[in-house]
Design a protein around this ligand. Structure first.
Ligand SMILES: Cc1cc2nc3c(=O)[nH]c(=O)nc-3n(C[C@H](O)[C@H](O)[C@H](O)COP(=O)(O)OP(=O)(O)OC[C@H]3O[C@@H](n4cnc5c(N)ncnc54)[C@H](O)[C@@H]3O)c2cc1C
Length: 432
């Protein structure tokens, strides 16, 4: 729907959060509304950067500059005012204003909450000792890098999710003894089955990493700095650095009292709109409806943040657009081996077994004439196609899927596109 000149003049956009969701939204707004003033507020001092690359920065494989995907020139060319180092402390939905910690008030006609999430902290004795770090922001990565310079002993990484596993990879080349403490029975339990986890366990052990399953931190020890960690399996490990990657919680504290409907995060509909007029949410802070579970759940992954932000931006600019739904999905590369899973990947029979010399593991979970999910390890070239099939609930036989997977989906699966359910733009891969 085209905006009238009056609407355009009147519409002021405020985006809280300068990361993938906020930036994707701002970009989309500018594309459809050349005149409306856009302000992005961030409590960080940085330009837009990739959090997923922070472990590579710690490892010395990427510079700070390499992590930046939205440099200063981006804001200039898109005519976006970036307010850096300022925290939004409250939103007055009735007056349509955001209150910043420094005292400023920002009026808005359309507001996007894209404040992401923060690392969960551990509530155990010794949790405040110097030497214990979350890994969420560039400032965390810089602090870890500085600390590593003076750190001689072993390192304990807490959590077997993306942050923990990527931290292991980052530090494995630094001649450190590394302990990885995982609550569950496997590595990357949010994306791998036992077989795939076992493959990475061997890769870790070959590099000298000691993995402790069913192990939570019960205490940190040390006088005035970290000297050791006790684990619930009875192990006590000496160390002078601990990195915590125990999941995230959405950054919603400043929204108390606004009247926004929330679970853990901000509830949004298929347009990424909240229950308050003119207020949208996207990214880790938002809870869109999950494709398979049919209920609102947080989806703390980069592709969902990018797509949710884009859809929010379109709707904020007056262009109706619908989010196709969040899908439990993850993609990562560890020690050069890529793995992707989406939807349901537990159970089912694998199509291939893992041979250490040439890791290739594939699993498709098919039920009632549809693909419910998959796990690909080693060769992930078909992940984009398979994700589309799961997301669009496309009707397809198991036999046809297996055949096409073997052929690498070398042709467009027009046969599956019943009712045009596969859209061309979804052929670009994982976008991660
Ligand atoms: C080490 C690491 C590795 C990862 N690897 C992967 C991966 O391999 N694949 C994947 O899909 N995902 C990965 N992720 C997750 C991915 O980075 C997130 O899903 C994504 O960054 C979410 O984007 P977002 O825009 O919602 O918010 P965020 O990236 O969390 O950014 C939100 C911004 O808002 C700011 N903010 C918060 N509160 C306020 C406030 N009150 N006022 C002003 N500003 C505020 C924050 O400081 C932050 O700058 C990884 C994350 C980390 C930390």
């Amino acid at each position: 729907m085209a905006l009238t000149a009056v609407q355009r003049r009147a519409r002021r956009y405020v985006v809280l959060g300068n990361s993938v969701a906020g930036i994707a939204a701002a970009q989309e707004i500018r594309r459809h509304d050349p005149d409306g003033p856009i302000t992005i507020v961030s409590d960080e001092q940085t330009f837009g950067y990739s959090r997923a690359m922070l472990p590579l920065y710690i490892a010395g494989k990427k510079t700070k500059r390499d992590t930046v995907f939205a440099p200063r020139a981006f804001y200039t060319s898109e005519r976006i005012r970036l307010v850096r180092g300022e925290t939004a402390v409250s939103v007055d939905a009735r007056a349509q204003q955001v209150q910043l910690a420094g005292g400023r008030r920002l009026p808005y006609d359309r507001l996007l909450v894209a404040t992401g999430s923060s690392s969960r902290t551990l509530d155990v004795p010794g949790k405040g000792l110097p030497g214990i770090f979350p890994l969420r922001k560039m400032a965390d990565a810089e602090a870890i890098k500085r600390h590593l310079g003076s750190c001689r002993g072993p390192v304990v990484i807490v959590g077997g999710g993306l942050v923990g596993v990527k931290s292991v990879e980052a530090l494995a080349g630094k001649k450190k003894v590394i302990h990885l403490a995982i609550s569950s029975d496997r590595i990357l339990s949010q994306m791998l089955d036992r077989t795939a986890s076992g493959f990475f366990l061997r890769a870790f052990e070959q590099r000298g990493v000691r993995v402790h399953f069913h192990a939570d931190v019960t205490a940190f020890h040390g006088r005035d700095r970290l000297e050791g960690v006790s684990l619930s399996d009875g192990t006590r490990v000496g160390c002078d650095l601990a990195i915590i990657g125990k999941g995230v919680t959405p950054n919603v504290g400043f929204l108390d009292g606004t009247g926004l409907a929330m679970n853990q995060g901000v509830r949004v509909d298929a347009h990424m709109a909240t229950n308050l007029p003119g207020v949208f949410a996207a990214g880790d802070v938002a809870e869109p409806a999950d494709v398979l579970q049919q209920r609102n759940t947080p989806s703390a992954i980069w592709p969902s943040a990018a797509e949710g932000g884009r859809i929010a931006g379109l709707n904020m600019a007056g262009v109706p657009a619908t989010f196709s739904g969040a899908l439990r999905m993850n993609a990562v590369e560890i020690f050069g081996v890529r793995v992707v899973s989406a939807g349901v990947w537990e159970g089912g029979e694998p199509l291939t077994s893992i041979v250490p010399e040439k890791p290739l593991y594939r699993k498709l979970i098919h039920a009632d004439g549809r693909l419910d999910g998959f796990l690909l390890l080693g060769d992930v070239r078909c992940a984009g196609v398979l994700t589309s099939l799961v997301k669009n609930r496309t009707e397809v036989s198991a036999a046809a899927l297996v055949k096409d997977l073997d052929r690498g989906f070398s042709y467009r699966p027009r046969l599956y596109a019943l009712g045009g359910s596969i859209r061309a733009r979804e052929w670009g891969g994982m976008g991660n």
